[in-house]
Design a protein around this ligand. Structure first.
Ligand SMILES: [Cu+2]
Length: 154
């Protein structure tokens, strides 16, 4: 019975159709994320727009720059929900906020972005570390069908 409980919790998390954005620092994330957010100049963020379709991200090769404030726009033009997930990338960035219209979720940490059918999400962030990581939509089967890509910080 003891072994069953973590599985149930994982299952619930997988089904929850909500962003995971907030103040609590998950293990392995930037300890100074809030300071990076507070110190950044947000007047001219480096902007990358990505369209989410069935089943692709376009473009699927994203590049940002360490220390340079950035805006990632995720536009879902389909009739189903999609997500943007990249644990490695998320661990290396400090997030000011994830917004959808007037609805704003403050960071500095993000573990998952859900973009509902027809919606757009905008993430303001500053990369704190170099690297290149895979990203994907974590809906069942979507990555296998092509909904994945690579995001780099140079
Ligand atoms: Cu998807």
């Amino acid at each position: 019975m003891k072994r069953l409980i973590p599985c149930v919790i994982l299952l619930l998390a997988a089904c929850a159709g909500a962003d995971q954005v907030g103040r609590l620092q998950p293990s392995g994330y930037l300890p100074d994320a809030q300071a990076l957010v507070d110190q950044a100049d947000w007047s001219v963020p480096e902007t990358v727009s990505v369209e989410m379709t069935d089943y692709a991200f376009t473009p699927d090769d994203l590049v940002f720059h360490r220390g340079r404030p950035a805006l990632l726009v995720l536009r879902n033009t389909t009739e189903r929900d999609h997500t943007f997930v990249s644990t490695g990338f998320f661990k290396a960035i400090a997030v000011r906020q994830v917004a959808s219209g007037a609805a704003v979720e403050p960071g500095p940490y993000v573990e998952k972005i859900v973009v509902p059918a027809g919606a757009t999400k905008e993430m303001l962030f500053v990369p704190g570390g170099f690297g290149a990581w895979n990203f994907e939509c974590d809906r069942t089967g979507h990555a296998m069908l092509g909904m994945k890509g690579v995001v780099a910080v140079r």
